[in-house]
Design a protein around this ligand. Structure first.
Ligand SMILES: [Zn+2]
Length: 483
């Protein structure tokens, strides 16, 4: 079977045929950098990392672009609240986002992180072309609007008809807009706001135009996959599509892919469960850094991939605990094989073959990572069954060890195709064993110092430094940190 992808535009699963044979370009809308990343910011990167890895496994050369929106009202507001420049705030928040992607093991998978502020000439060029083709118009105040009435296809992605959208006519007042659905390509700015020179005076771009400019710049006028959360379908992606196709006269994107949003499930005082959308205004966002530090990258990855990407992701303490139990099945199996003392040999495995086929069939079916993970569990079950049957743990039969080791090696390599087990886990994700051992070492060092055995105390500290662990002595005890 070959790969099929659900296309939001056609509302169907279509065979995947890239624009250029062998090459795939992916553009994913990235964050507006004004606050630290939360769980919602990890969904797209984790899903599209699995998608990229799978496409690479299928033999494609993939270029993946994630933009950084560093010019936006929210950044200006937040910067003035914090009494810092908007550049400094954007820089600081971009660094936090990068750090989180790095800890997740996703950052290196992304090829380009273009920033809106560094692409003004590209943005201005597209707006000029749209004006030249009468798809956009400038007002006397120095704003430029896209004229939705000139685009017969407007609304085709989100399946809205222009007439349906015309209800909110009041938006027209004082804006200089011709139609209620017209959207800003360029905005004149107020004093003390960041601004760039343009043929229409000093100002800054609207949000949608940056994605057209940067995706076309890095992936070409027609590229393969454009992704983003469900909430970006309208107006963001609809507008990106309209302005790009009106500018180039070509199909902008072959496959539009939208992922489900994160929902937080909490227990109300009445004892009833409620599930609500995660949003800053509801105050129920989960800090991404904290989640990764507390649970480890694989827990977060598994959590986000164990639901099909088009479905909403339910997040709750209960879900987290189930994910940990599910992951423990694999870690226990890996430990079992480690104890047999033979390095897992790569290569074909008769035990793994049927599950490998199921894994691939699931991923070929619109990147069904949930199905792929289910087949990994079945494979783990089959390997455990084989270990019991061959009694390899007691008889240490080399041929039997080889058989189960090869199956585990295959299991790991399949899991790595969707990004699982690819990064070292954080110290708290090992059920606290590392922490318990560290407390023991810290106590032994404290005992040595009490007995004025400074040579031993120093030996401990230097030994830990050599493996990247630093101790910090505080009035309330000694802390440790792994670099
Ligand atoms: Zn975008």
């Amino acid at each position: 079977m070959s790969l099929r992808v659900y296309n939001t535009l056609s509302r169907e699963k279509e065979p995947f045929v890239p624009v250029t044979p062998g090459l795939v370009g992916i553009y994913l809308c990235g964050p507006t950098v004004y606050k630290p990343p939360h769980l919602g910011h990890l969904v797209g990167p984790v899903i599209f990392d699995a998608i990229k890895r799978y496409l690479v496994f299928k033999g494609y050369r993939v270029t993946w672009v994630v933009n950084i929106t560093d010019v936006d009202d929210k950044i200006i507001e937040e910067a003035s609240k914090r009494e810092m420049t908007f550049e400094a705030l954007a820089e600081q928040q971009t660094a936090l986002y990068m750090q989180v992607l790095d800890e997740l093991g996703v950052k290196d998978s992304i090829d380009v992180f273009p920033r809106a502020s560094r692409h003004m000439p590209d943005i201005v060029r597209i707006i000029e072309q749209l004006i030249a083709k009468n798809h956009a118009y400038a007002t006397e105040h120095g704003d430029v609007w896209f004229d939705t009435a000139t685009d017969a296809d407007y609304g085709k992605l989100s399946n809205r008809r222009l007439e349906d959208q015309a209800a909110g006519g009041r938006q027209l007042e004082g804006s200089g807009k011709r139609n209620p659905t017209d959207f800003a390509l360029w905005k004149s700015t107020k004093p003390n706001e960041p601004a760039w020179d343009s043929p229409w005076g000093r100002g800054r771009p609207g949000w949608h135009i940056e994605c057209s400019a940067m995706s076309i710049k890095y992936l070409g006028e027609t590229f393969d996959i454009h992704g983003g959360g469900d909430d970006l379908k309208f107006p963001h992606h609809e507008n990106e599509l309209a302005q790009s196709e009106c500018c180039t006269g070509k199909t902008f994107v072959k496959y539009w892919m939208h992922n489900g949003l994160t929902r937080i499930k909490t227990k109300a005082a009445s004892g009833e469960w409620k599930s609500e959308k995660m949003s800053k205004s509801l105050g129920n966002t989960m800090d991404a850094r904290e989640l990764i530090d507390t649970h480890g990258p694989d827990v977060i990855r598994y959590l986000l991939l164990s639901t099909h990407y088009r479905s909403p992701i339910e997040f709750s303490e209960e879900v987290l605990s189930n994910v940990k139990k599910a992951l423990a099945v694999f870690t226990r199996l890996f430990e079992r094989i480690d104890r047999l003392g033979m390095a897992p040999a790569a290569g074909e495995s008769a035990i793994a073959a049927p599950f490998e086929q199921k894994f691939i069939a699931s991923m070929d079916d619109d990147f069904n990572t949930a199905g792929a993970i289910a087949s990994l569990h079945e494979l783990a079950g089959a390997i455990n069954g084989e270990i019991e049957k061959s009694q390899v743990e007691s008889n240490k039969n080399p041929a039997a060890i080889q058989t189960v080791s090869a199956a585990v090696a295959k299991l790991k390599s399949l899991a790595q195709i969707i990004g699982l087990f690819t990064v070292a886990q954080t110290r708290r994700s090992d059920d606290g064993l590392a922490d318990q051992l560290m407390q023991l070492i810290i106590t032994l060092r404290a005992e040595a110092r009490k007995k004025k055995d400074f040579a031993t105390a120093d030996l401990v500290r230097h030994g830990l430094t050599a493996i990247g662990i630093t101790l910090t002595d505080r009035p309330d005890g000694t802390g440790w940190e792994k670099k």
